[in-house]
Design a protein. Structure first.
Lengths: 151, 151, 151, 151
């Protein structure tokens, strides 16, 4: 990652049958579910649950772009560590980056990003409210000195 | 089926990778998606789209019970015929029955039912509105003389 | 539950956007994913992971019937406790029962069961191998004296 | 699209509840399911079903990258037209491009691409077999004179 944001481990997920396809691997679309889990837990750990944020302010952060690069396959019953970071925080947009690593060996399975617009309750593009911006900015601060687990 | 309702073919669906699991068969939970497609198309053919119904009246028909019996496995790229019928129409409830058959041989893959309550816009149990009741009653009328395709 | 089997809490799951539908509740088919998580973790805690079991013996436990009763709705970001039990252990079949409860109040959201056949590597119905039978029988033993969490 | 490949309509799909999330729109990960449907039907219309291809040759085309841009939201019960094209055909890779348009107005909802490697039965990167290459090359031929429906 050339990006200055420091990815942090935010959740662990175990692959179920319902996530796999007949190649015995996680279906490619399901990684976007894992990205959502990572994003949600990232926000929760920043002190800003998406549910509270969207209910309080009426704002939402719909995805306008998502990209996934598939490096290695996750298989049935694998446990995975989900990493996320805020890579860029614009006035009315935010970019998250992700890595998904297999446990216990830490092998990189997937990385990617999502780009989000901020819209208000009327559906108009809107500045990210200060409360969320402050929470997110705090997470983009200097990286922790120790390596994240599983990397 | 001992039930007097006549199942009719209402849609065809082809199995994609995203529907299968690592046994190479459709994941067991995904048949409830096919039941929804069958139910929706059944209503559409009865002249009552669920979208128009719920938007116009504010009523909804949430599922209160669903059962599926798995007879044979649908596999990747199989084309399936979805059959549905109204098995019972109560004052504030409706029961749909389903069969899913493989094409072109008509082999029975899955059958089952869903039971629905009618609730109004406030979330209270409510009588099924007359417009929907009339449309559904019409479908429960005498069965067509010819056997349904694929049976 | 009139069943003698004692349900035990085996996993916790938080509802993501990808699990909900436009009624703002978990899509009815997705509870079968939660049942799978519950079943898998139940087996793991019994000392018999399904992955190891199926790889070692070539046997599988495909679902032949699944029923779900929907009591209350799980909503976005709700945390849920998943409970499972072996309700019946036949020669070549097993029946699991499930409850899904909302945290922290323990409200019952969903209950249901799945019935499984045991098949061997050739796809023939087969007796459940002794190693799995022993692990499962142990779990059907006398219930723990203290109430399970969240009930 | 600056790309010379001509997108063609290959399938139509109607949005079900199971595809939506609590914003009332199609969940962002589900568009990768639609991309798969588009890709599969594109191949079928080129005379090369993916199932036959992978069973005959043992080759597969796993996704190594997927990107989606979300322009407008598809909603419950919307009917959508799926468009696909082969944008690039390398020795051991293929790039598909996609557009998803709402019917009947043809509004662009989503576009994106997937990049695929060709691997043989042993999982090694391999040249795309001639039979598939010929079928795909034919589809990249001169565009049809009339505009595709819905554009």
């Amino acid at each position: 990652m050339s990006n200055p944001a420091s990815l942090r481990e935010v959740a662990r997920v175990r692959v179920i049958y319902g996530d796999t396809d007949q190649m015995g691997m996680v279906y490619y679309g399901n990684y976007l579910r894992y990205f959502e889990i990572a994003r949600t837990e990232f926000l929760r750990q920043a002190g800003a649950t998406y549910r509270a944020f969207s209910e309080a302010s009426g704002h939402k952060l719909p995805v306008v772009e998502a990209c996934v690069r598939y490096r290695q396959s996750a298989r049935y019953d694998d446990e995975m560590a989900l990493f996320a970071a805020i890579a860029k925080l614009g006035g009315a947009s935010a970019r998250f980056e992700y890595e998904i690593r297999r446990l216990p060996d830490g092998a990189l399975l997937v990385d990617g990003h999502t780009l989000h617009a901020c819209i208000d309750a009327a559906g108009k593009v809107s500045r990210i409210p200060r409360s969320l911006r402050d929470a997110l900015s705090a997470t983009a601060a200097p990286p922790p000195p120790a390596p994240a687990p599983g990397r």
